[in-house]
Structure formats: C-alpha cells, structure tokens
Design a binder for this molecule. Structure first.
Ligand code: ADP
Ligand code: MG
Length: 693
C-alpha cells in the first residue's frame, strides 16, 4: 500500500486551490493528473525581475520592474484599439497597453492617483514607452514578491505562465518532509541537499544556468529517480531469481532436424548466443537473458532453436510478439520448420475467437501443442499450458516489467528470453533492463549487400520519383514512408493519402497504402499483397511494423527523415537489403535543416551499424529523445537527463545492488525510506515483489 505520507502528492490536481473541472484537463495535458506530476514539471528557464530602473532609464526589450503612479485611464475607443493606462514616475511616463482590457477590472487594479509596482517587457514604440500586458501589477507592499528571479514553466494552450507557476508553487507547498532514502555519507560527499530542500531549490532557480543545468539539487533529484529505476529493476530480477528454476537440457534431436532443414548455416554470432542461452537454460536457476540483434540479424531462428530445447525435455515453449502482423510472420517462418521436426505449433492472437481458440487452448492444456506463438493474447487468464518452460518475448521494449512477470507466471520456473532489435547503448540498456544478461548478434547473415543510403532535399522529390520509376521497370519493390506529423494522426494520414494518390497517378494500381487507422485485417491484407509482389510500392505511415520481412523489398524512401529518431530510421532502413538485390535508402529532408539534424542524417549515410548509430545519436541529442518520442518503450525519466546525468546511472545501479544484498526485504529504516522512494516514482510493481510489500 502506498505510504500515507505520499497521499497529498497522489491527490488529483483539483485538490489544489483554483483548479476546478475547467482547468484540470489543461493541467492533465500539460503534466498529468496528480499533484505529483506538477512537482516534476521543472522550470524551463527564468525571468529575472530584479532590474528596477526609472522610466527614463528603462531600455527597450528588457524585463523591468517599475514603481509608478497611475495617471489616467484611456479606455479603448473601438474593439481594435487597446485600452491604455498612463503611468509615471519623476523621470517620465509610459503606457500600459491591454488588448481587450476590461475597464472595471483595470480600474480596480490601477486606481488613478495610486502607486503600483508593474513588471513586464519594456517596449519603445513610436517614440513612446509602453509595457503591453504586464506580467505583474501589485501594491508597493508586495514589491519583494515581484522583484525576484521567477521560474518559467513550459505551457500548454489555455494556461498562462503565471497560472502554471502559481499552481506548481502550490504543489511544492504540499510536498511533505520524507524520510531520507539516500546513504548519508554519499549525500555529504556529493554535497547534495535533502529531498524536500532539493525540490524547493529546483523550483527557485537562482539564474538561467541553474534552471537548465546541473545544480546539486537537480542532481540529487535525478539520482533519486535513477535509484528508483535501478532498484525496481533489481528487485524484479531478484524476485525472478528467487523463484525456483529448472535445468533444461535437451538431447539435441529436434534441433538437429531443424538445422538440417535450414537452407543456411548459423552465423558465428548466432551460434555464440545460442551457446549462452543453452548454458543459462541448463542452470537450475531461472534464465533472464536479453538477445540484442539488429534488424535482420536472425534472432528468430535462435529463438526457435532455444524453444526446441525446451520441447526436447518434454515441456512447452511460447513466443510473444507485440503485434498481430509480427506474430503471424513468426508463425509463417517457424511453423514449417518445427512441423518438419514433427512438432505442433499454434498461433493465438486477439483475433482468435470461439471454436478455433478453444481448440488451441485444449491443445495447450493437453500438451499436444508444443510451441505457441502469439500476441498479448497469451496473457489471457484462461490460457493454461500443460508445462511451459521457456517464454520468448520479441521486441521486448514494448512490454513492461509486469507483463514479463505475468508471462512467467504461466508456468513453473519459466525461463525468459527477451529479444530486441533496438540498438540500445549500454547506458540506456541499464535503465531498461538493469543488470540483465545480454547476448549480442553483432554479425549479419552472409550475403547481405550494403544499402546505398542517400540524403536528399525534398525539393528534389520529382527527380526521386522519376528514379523510383526507372527502378520499378527493373523489378524493384519500394517502401515509401510518409512524414511523421507531430500531435496529429489525421494530418499523418492526409500526407500519406496525398502521396499515395500522387504515386498512383504515376504508377497505376500497383501502389498500396497502409496506415495506423486501418483495421488490422485490412492492414494485413495490404502488407500481404506487397509481400506477394502484387504491389510494387507500399506507401505507409510509420506503421510498417518493426520486423516485417519482405526480402524482395529493396528501396526505402523516407520523407522528412529529419523528423524521425535515428533508431527509428535505422529500423525502417532495415526493411530493405534483406534479399540478394542492390538496395537503396533515400532520406528526404525538409528545409530548414539545423546543424544537429544534418549531423544525424550524415551518420545514417555513413554507417549501417545500429549500435554506432545509437551511440552517436545519444551523444548528439541525449537519451530522452534518442529513440524518437514514446515509441521506444524505454523508461522515460522526468528528472534525470541521461545526457547530463548519465554517469550517475552506474552509481545508482551499484547502490541498488548493495541495498538488496544487505536488506533484500527493505526492512531496515533506510529500507522503509526506499519503499517511499519507489512509490514516489511509481514503481509500485517492484514493491509488490516484497513479502511484506
Ligand atoms: P530479426 O533479427 O530482424 O528478427 P529474422 O530472424 O527475421 O531477423 O531474420 C532475417 C532473415 O535472415 C530471415 O529471412 C532469416 O531466414 C534469415 N537468416 C537468419 N539467419 C541466417 C543465416 N545464418 N544465414 C542466412 N540467412 C539467415
Ligand atoms: Mg524479428
């Protein structure tokens, strides 16, 4: 149960003064629905209002705080003209300018003849001095509140800077004193303040630099978050380890049959990874291993061979993919091989209903089905195996920790193999998986030709279309990915539809279209047409599923490539270059292209090594953005910025390890405090792994 001391922070934002049902949705869009979400909404900069000149000395364009006498009101004479208030001191006068100003309100704020303190940007305009819509108008007694360094927060439409600042301040005021969860000596050595002090400090930055960067208070909070992340991962891992494992050693009979049926031999990297997996499975402990391999590196066959070991021991194996399309593709690739070895393979997705689903469930329960492939549907409650011994999760980064636990609960001491094609740099790997064992497929199957990648301005689109036309004549098959338009799926779609129309006019009915709004069955149908060669060009929004395998596809066009994460570009490019044909990738960029954007696309041109691309991108852009928005499934940090605080991550990992060695149940006083930390960062699932959690 969540500690009571945190209740005020988990209360809805409407528990704060002035936030009613009208404003709540705006705050929800900006930060989230809880008071806590406001605490983590850190300033994006500052406004320094300490500059307090006389009117005659107030320079154009600067924020200033002036003490002035209200001279006269000039209500607007027409809706187009602003309301003006003349204000003066002994050196001169200026006008406050209000568009759509309400007279009654303004006369109350600024009574003629009285003194008011006004703060805003001074403008020299047509030989007059003015401040339009001052940020603050207060009485002289309140001048100290205004003449300060003010935090500036990110906004959303409908909320003003002042309102957000006030609400965040109200949230910070609700923050309780919490028990210290950090090791005291470590805090002293780092020179870090306590949690409450740190929180207050980051919301009162002394200057621009400390708002953006790297103060002790900011580092402390970042470390808190990283520690919560690492501790949660370590706890889940410890939990999995604690559950009894079983030793799985096959006799190799099935594996031999499948290997004999393969039209190729395994690469060195595949054999090495498989040996690592075999060794883990043979241990009487639970396997929790990550198989990392670039797109096309051949992870599927490694997974199948591992599953065969489980089946050889008389048990069952399951493999889960994040999408229907991928699950079907696994089935298409795996079933013939496994069936050649005399096994029964079944597919279970959300689409299976009624009789066919019942038949699969019966086969699983009786043990007649040896290998089950599918999607999240594998989790459903009534899916029961006779004896599940190995679970493989493909493209694992889309699954959360608790899903991993759920799948493991489907059998006794289930070994876990998780596979990802996302080339995650070591630092990020740690945030996503903690100290998981990892095997890397760092060698591609032989015969792959390099992909000729070009970076071309969109202005040359016609030329590119003509080039694609020529390539089509010699039998090319083309993916055409349309721009990602942020925040609007509709405009994504419009762009893709427009391109589809355009290309159909040029190349006729051999141009298909897939997008995220289509029904899964319709999507599958178009993809299948493309795979079968009935379509030559497939126009797509980014729904081209990670991992979809059409070996004949050899040209990838990506419009507005600069809007994609590099890892995403790399994944997309990995759709081509799988067959024996020469392949090409055209990265079309829009103007203007900044320095970093240029450098990023240049990396794509220079290398096909996913790990190098990921490292370089991390260097250029920082971890948060590396994989392009939220699609990566990697944990998103609210306070830690891996580009700045990356080196704290290893310290957090070591600390987490030490904590669990000394106090695995988090029962000591520090352990109790650490539980609060885990709840604070919403790692509740980890706390539930504790006996007394
Ligand atoms: P991914 O790692 O992206 O999941 P796949 O497992 O889909 O890659 O494999 C990509 C393609 O490479 C498949 O068509 C597969 O048959 C082929 N492949 C896998 N291993 C080898 C190998 N050792 N030699 C040749 N082709 C291979
Ligand atoms: Mg795959």
């Amino acid at each position: 149960m969540r500690p009571q001391v945190l209740f005020p922070l988990f209360a809805p934002v409407t528990s704060l003064p002035g936030i009613g049902p009208r404003l709540a949705p705006l705050y929800q869009r900006l930060v989230g629905e809880k008071v806590l979400d406001l605490l983590w909404h850190l300033p994006a900069g500052v406004v320094d209002r300490r500059f307090a000149p006389k009117v005659a000395e107030a320079p154009h364009g600067k924020v200033a705080t002036l003490t002035l006498r209200v001279d006269a009101h000039y209500p607007s004479s027409s809706p187009k003209r602003p309301y003006r208030v003349r204000m003066a001191d002994e050196t001169g006068f200026l006008h406050l300018v209000f568009f759509h100003g309400r007279e009654d309100w303004l006369r109350k704020q600024l009574p003629e003849g009285e003194i008011r303190v006004v703060s805003g940007v001074v403008e020299h305009f047509n030989n007059e001095i003015q401040i339009s819509h001052p940020d603050h108008i207060v009485r002289l007694e309140e001048i100290a509140q205004v003449m300060a360094v003010e935090p500036v927060y990110g906004l959303t439409a409908g909320l003003t800077g002042r309102a957000v600042a006030k609400t965040v301040a109200a949230a910070v005021a609700k923050a309780p004193q919490l028990p210290e969860w950090q090791e005291p000596h470590w805090l002293v050595r780092q020179g870090w303040p306590g949690w409450h002090e740190a929180l207050t400090a980051v919301h009162h930055p002394a200057d621009e630099h400390s708002a953006l960067g790297d103060t002790p208070a900011r580092r402390r909070l970042a470390f808190d978050e990283l520690l919560a992340n690492q501790l949660a991962l370590a706890m889940v891992r410890a939990q999995m380890r604690k559950l009894k494992g079983r030793s799985l050693v096959g006799d190799g009979s099935l594996r031999a049959k499948v290997l004999a049926a393969l039209p190729y031999t395994l690469t060195g990297a595949q054999s090495r990874s498989l040996a690592e997996i075999d060794a883990d499975m043979a241990q009487p402990m639970r396997m929790l291993r990550l198989l990392q391999g670039d797109v096309g590196s051949g992870k599927t066959i490694v997974a199948l061979l591992a599953m065969l070991t489980a089946v050889e021991t008389g048990a069952q194996a399951a493999m889960m993919a994040p999408t229907e399309i991928l699950a079907r593709q696994h089935y298409a690739g795996i079933a013939p091989l496994a069936e050649a070895a005399g096994l029964r393979v079944a597919l279970l997705t959300g689409r299976d209903k009624g009789k066919s689903r019942e038949a699969v469930l019966a086969g699983l329960a009786s043990g007649e089905i040896h290998i089950l492939l599918g999607t999240h549907a594998l989790f459903q409650e009534d899916v029961a195996f006779k004896d599940l011994a190995l679970a493989v999760i493909d493209e694992q980064h889309r699954f959360g920790v608790h899903q991993r636990l759920e799948l493991a609960a489907k059998g006794v001491a289930v070994d876990m193999l998780v596979m990802t094609a996302t080339p995650i740099p070591r630092t990020l790997l740690l945030t996503a998986y903690g100290d998981m064992d990892a095997s890397r497929l760092d060698e591609k199957p032989p015969g792959r030709k390099p992909i000729d990648t070009r970076v071309v301005p969109l202005a040359r689109l016609d030329e590119m279309v003509a080039g694609v036309g020529r390539a089509l004549e010699s039998g090319a098959r083309v993916y055409w990915v349309c721009p990602l338009v942020e925040e609007s799926e509709t405009s994504d779609l419009a762009a893709a539809e427009e391109r589809h129309r355009h290309l159909s006019q040029m190349f006729g009915d051999r141009v298909g279209l897939v997008h995220g709004r289509m029904k899964p069955t319709a999507k599958d149908k178009v993809m299948a047409e493309f795979a079968a060669g009935n379509l030559d060009i497939l126009v797509a929004t980014t729904v081209i599923e990670v991992g979809v395998d059409v070996p004949e596809a050899n040209i990838m066009v990506i419009e507005h490539a600069e809007r994609f994460g590099l890892a995403q570009l790399h994944q997309l490019r990995g759709r081509v270059g799988r067959g024996s044909r020469e392949s090409r990738c055209l990265l079309l960029y829009g103007h203007p292209l900044g320095e970093i954007a240029k450098a990023r696309l240049e990396i794509m041109r220079a290398t096909e090594d996913g790990f190098r691309i990921a490292e370089e991108d991390l260097r250029l852009r920082g971890g948060g953005e590396m994989l392009g928005t939220r699609q990566s499934g990697l944990p998103e940090f609210r306070l830690a910025d891996l580009a700045i605080h990356g080196e704290l991550l290893a310290a957090a990992r070591d600390d987490a390890r030490l904590i669990l060695e000394r106090d695995p149940e988090l029962a000591s006083p520090r352990g109790e405090a650490l539980r609060v930390l885990l709840y604070l960062f919403e790692r509740d699932a980890a706390v539930r792994t504790l006996r007394s959690g």
